[in-house]
Design a protein around this ligand. Sequence first.
Ligand code: SD4
Length: 350
Amino acid sequence: MTDRRQFLKTSLLGASALAMAKPLAAAASSGATGATGQPGIVRVASTWDFGVAANQAAWTVLGQGGHALDAVETGVRVPEADLKNHSVGRAGYPDRDGHVSLDASIMDAEGNCGAVAAIEHIAHPISVARRVMERTPHVLLVGDGALQFALEQGFKKEHLLTPESEKAWHEWLKTAHYEPSINSEVRDYGKTNLGLPGGKDNHDTIGMLALDAHGKLAGACTTSGMAWKMRGRVGDSPIIGAGLYVDGDVGGATSTGVGEEVIRNAGSFLVVELMRQGRTPTEACKEAVMRIIKRRPEATKTLQVGFLAMNKEGEVGAYAIQHGFTYAVCDAKKQDALLPSASVYTTSYS
Ligand code: SD4
């Protein structure tokens, strides 16, 4: 079994990153203050390998002194558009009936939030989620209603099932056996890959947390959910408190993995509450993972859940059930760090 961690690398600032770091320094020295009232750290963190490219897009906003909410929306749109990525946005693997159905949520430090669930035909569900937050009295729109709202808002109706994803679906139909695999092998995400062969990947969500030069936190989460899911199935990602939660007084958290387990435990809300009680981001993520395992010790041996958290000081931590979960962190010093998360189990079951 390939151990992904041996391949993980963090590298020094690239030339483009250095170029982007300068406006940030200007933003910080122009008097921007962090949550503590001091010039604060500006940072973005995301789940999985594809978080590196997503972070870099977010950084084009954060590095100019822009807002965390704009940064997370900009950032997660990258994997949403990536045709090599079959677990977020366009080209996502469909449900068992062949429909690409997407979930997304967004939240700011003040508790403003919006989400869409089981939305079809819209390439950037995160941007629809933001419109739900900003232009409706609601938090969550689902299915046809979410699509109707998106179209009213000027989003384009598109066919999101690519030939490659359709082919994978037809392969799956040969057995039609539903069993989420644990993503503990290196996958091929184009630009962000680590130059290694692709492995199994029937699910992965991007969750992103950002702290801006104004000391404000925001988070976003977007996914095509579990491949081959039942039609109408909604995961944790669009459920505020499950797949994403942000509290400006404390921090934010987001999750990836089998959403049913996260929903059962209100996972991201739990992580934030644990940080409120004084846990570090890593400790809080670990305790939330242990809570999930405690409830279903047998079932959770063979499934993955990972949490990523950032507190209001910008400290980042993660923890997962299985090994192989990675997260990307980007700030003025380093734009393309990709880190292995600690985990309960160190042997892959996939
Ligand atoms: C879901 N949590 O729909 C998502 C899928 C995921 O890694 O994150 N997979 O349950």
